[in-house]
Design a binder for this molecule. Structure first.
Ligand SMILES: Nc1ncnc2c1ncn2[C@@H]1O[C@H](COP(=O)(O)OP(=O)(O)O)[C@@H](O)[C@H]1O
Ligand SMILES: [Mg+2]
Length: 352
């Protein structure tokens, strides 16, 4: 039995369908990210799980209990928002103690829980300070300690790091992973940042326009996106559109080039089909027998440290190639090169 189970959950605000038919199972101890662009329904989903919004349809089961109509304070959920929402006039210790007091826990238990939560986030020395005497990163850790202090059964985090600068954000990602490993709490993490979702998660839930488009491990979603949206939103991508030829694994591009894949194409009624190629799967130079190959006009070469990103085009389609730094690749800006890849590295996706 899963720890959290959403069954066909929908939420409508007037004319806006914020969440449509969301079905999701989360196992105890998992770290799962809800990933999607702004407005795709991530926060609304979290709010329905926390109990601040009621679903228009569907059911939510948490630890074996139907909770759609249970008030938030009886769901045993810890939550952290982007803006921390600490009480400004309360000390750090009093902030962390607050949810325990509200729940009427005995004083000795509360004090021990506050000490434990402060130690967990490495802020033992800060107990008597006020929130404004802490940095943004420290305040965010206090918010996390407050959410974990009363040992909830589920932790919900809504873009908790988006107000922090890049270095601090990366530091906090490492911290979050450590804390998750240490505490083992089932965690749902909302982010619009695909790199963050890839780094942190056991599994990723891809949201688009209120719908869940795919659920899978980070590398699975990257290598085998189920939809065109997931293909474009996660990682760098080249998408080639054409028509299926007689063989189910052959795509004909508009300029007549034939490409091969190891999987059957997703073809629509008009015969349109598409392939995704990840930038690191392209190679330059003489293609081996059986490889796909295209002439690519290189428009720009970006130096990304250990490798280069070549952005070019073939018959009007953008081609993005990641290649090791080499004099030939560096000199290719403005010229036409041959890019090749293996059929197994063309992943079929639905046509536009
Ligand atoms: N309280 C609300 N009233 C009306 N519309 C809302 C409300 N909350 C969210 N929405 C709408 O629902 C959609 C999904 O929003 P949200 O869940 O906040 O997306 P995300 O967190 O992915 O950015 C958006 O179109 C948003 O404008
Ligand atoms: Mg949101």
């Amino acid at each position: 039995m899963s720890h959290l189970h959403l069954r066909q959950v929908s939420k409508r605000f007037g004319a806006v369908q914020a969440v449509i038919d969301a079905t999701l199972q989360v196992q105890a101890g998992e770290f799962v990210s809800l990933l999607g662009p702004s407005g795709s329904g991530k926060t609304t989903t979290l709010m329905m799980i926390a109990g601040f919004e009621e679903p228009t349809a569907g059911s939510i089961e948490l630890a074996g209990r139907q909770v759609e109509h249970v008030p938030p304070n009886q769901r045993d959920i810890g939550m952290v928002f982007q803006n921390y929402a600490l009480f400004p006039h309360l000390s750090i210790a009093a902030n962390i103690a607050f949810p325990l007091k509200v729940r009427g826990r005995p004083r000795a238990e509360t004090e021990a829980a506050v000490r434990g939560a402060l130690a967990l986030v490495g802020l033992e020395e800060m107990a008597t300070r006020l929130p404004r005497q802490l940095s943004g990163g420290q305040q965010q850790r206090v918010a996390l300690a407050r959410a974990l202090g009363y040992q909830p059964t589920l932790l919900l985090l809504d873009e908790p790091l988006s107000a922090l600068d890049k270095n601090l954000r990366e530091q906090m990602q490492i911290e979050l992973r450590r804390i998750h490993r240490q505490v083992g709490i089932t965690t749902l993490y909302v982010t619009h940042d695909q790199a963050e979702a890839m780094t942190l998660s056991d599994r990723i839930v891809v949201f688009n326009r209120g719908r869940i488009e795919q659920v899978g491990a980070p590398l699975e979603v990257y290598a085998r996106p189920a939809t065109r949206f997931a293909a474009g939103f996660i990682g760098d991508s080249t998408i080639l559109d054409g028509t299926a030829s007689t063989a189910p694994t052959e795509l004909r591009l508009p300029d007549g080039t034939t490409l091969h894949t190891a999987q059957p194409l997703h073809t629509n009624a008009t015969g349109a089909a598409s392939l995704l190629i990840r930038p690191e799967d392209f190679h330059l130079g003489e293609p081996p027998a059986g490889a796909n190959a295209l002439p690519v006009q290189v428009l720009s070469v970006l130096n990304l440290g250990p490798h280069l990103l070549l952005i070019g085009q073939h018959a009007g389609r953008e081609i993005r190639i990641r290649t090791p730094v080499s004099p030939a690749a560096l000199a290719s800006e403005g010229s036409t090169i041959t890019a090749w890849w293996l059929p197994a590295k063309s992943w079929p996706i639905p046509p536009a």
